[in-house]
Design a protein around this ligand. Structure first.
Ligand code: ADP
Ligand code: MN
Ligand code: MN
Length: 366
């Protein structure tokens, strides 16, 4: 049996050689479009590249494409990729683009994995309430062997927790170069990145998207995930969105979802926040089912009371409470209006599903 590689081959390839070819000039009308779509049971991100002979002015000018998806009996295993949003390409730059796509089956219906379409339908019914979302994406870096980046192979760092959270210094945080590159790439691409910070476990990090409307926050979160995978690929580092990357007492990863509406943001909006929390309290199980790709199974490994998480079984809410399902930030309680934070979504959630169920509950009373 061959030994598992401990270093990604990507880390060993000279980027200087690549630069010689990237310096080749292309004809002015040539545009590379990277089509991005979501696939597979864990909602894997996939992409493929297409050379266009024109500089597109809007997403409507982009051709529909197809991709195999390996489902069914093989006779109908193709999806149509419908371009829905253009981002600037931080890798090739210039006129080159990233193209976020929705997937459709042959009969013209959204594919079973296409939750964006459903999310847009729900959001349209709630438009008068002008909902905004901000999602905090936690994740961890791993070495090629699956162990957290920089951890000794048979052990673990000295500590975790308050000392590492938002930490600085070589002993507290690992992999900041990738975070910095990702931040820059997100902003270049046109993603509404709100910020980043180090997580509670060395090699764990977080970026935030928002505040922005429903479908937009989810689009940006997905494309930011794509960029993170792609940039870490350059560095030869593995990214995991697993909600519990290290068994034991280590910090887990979530995707806290911050929510506001016209009513919660208005003067005295704290009343509307309490109304929303009351509705959420009555639909805890429905939300848990939507907050990870395995209908709650993934979150079972993460939502154990302690380490700044609530229990998966109970609903709770509180001001400044980081061990509750819902937290009202201190500034919001002080101002009497603003937003609330749902801390339950798992780091590997589908943000379209999260946004959809929150809107159904708080705006549509479903
Ligand atoms: P935490 O204190 O939980 O770590 P962060 O600062 O990491 O919070 O993230 C807060 C998130 O809340 C950001 O994504 C931000 O965009 C979002 N946010 C701020 N104001 C609002 C609002 N009015 N509605 C929705 N989201 C908001
Ligand atoms: Mn945060
Ligand atoms: Mn948070």
């Amino acid at each position: 049996m061959s030994k598992t590689l401990e270093i990604s081959p990507n880390a060993l390839i000279s980027k200087k050689v690549l630069d010689r070819y990237l310096a080749l000039e292309l004809p002015a009308n040539k545009v590379m479009a990277t089509y991005i779509w979501l696939d597979g049971p864990a909602l894997n991100i996939r992409s493929k590249d297409r050379a266009l002979d024109f500089v597109p002015k809007s997403v409507n000018e982009l051709p529909i494409w197809t991709a195999g998806h390996g489902e069914g009996d093989g006779t109908t295993s193709e999806w149509y990729l419908h371009p829905v949003k253009i981002y600037r390409d931080p890798f090739r730059q210039g006129n080159h683009i990233l193209v976020l796509c929705e997937t459709y089956s042959g009969d013209g219906k959204p594919s079973v994995k296409n939750r964006r379409n459903k999310c847009a339908e729900i959001a349209a019914k709630c438009a008068a309430e002008e909902p905004w979302f901000g999602i905090e994406q936690e994740y961890a870096f791993l070495d090629f062997d699956g162990h957290p980046l920089g951890w000794s192979k048979n052990g673990c760092p000295d500590r975790q927790g308050v000392e590492n959270y938002c930490g600085v210094g070589a002993k507290k945080v690992y992999g900041r170069d990738v975070v910095e590159a990702h931040t820059r790439a997100c902003l270049y691409a046109g993603i509404k990145l709100a910020g980043t910070n180090a997580g509670g476990m060395p090699a764990q990090w977080e970026y935030q998207i928002g505040p922005c409307p429903d479908v937009t926050v989810a689009d940006d979160l997905w494309v930011a995930r794509f960029l993170l995978y792609r940039i870490a690929e350059d560095f030869g580092i593995v990214v995991t969105f697993d909600p519990n990357p290290m068994e034991g007492e280590w910090f887990s990863s979530g995707a806290h979802c911050n929510v506001s509406t016209k009513s919660t943001r208005a003067k005295g909006g704290i009343t509307a926040i309490h109304t929303a929390i009351d509705k959420l309290s009555k639909r805890h199980d429905k939300h848990i089912k939507a907050y990870d790709p395995k209908g709650g199974k993934d979150n079972e490994r993460r939502l154990v009371a302690g380490c700044a998480t609530s229990s998966i079984h109970d609903f709770s809410a509180g001001v400044s409470n980081r061990s509750a399902s819902i937290r009202i930030p201190k500034t919001v309680a002080d101002n009497g209006c603003g937003y609330f934070e749902d801390r339950r979504p798992s780091s590997n959630c589908d943000p379209y599903a999260v946004v959809s169920v929150i809107l159904s509950t708080i705006c549509l009373n479903e």
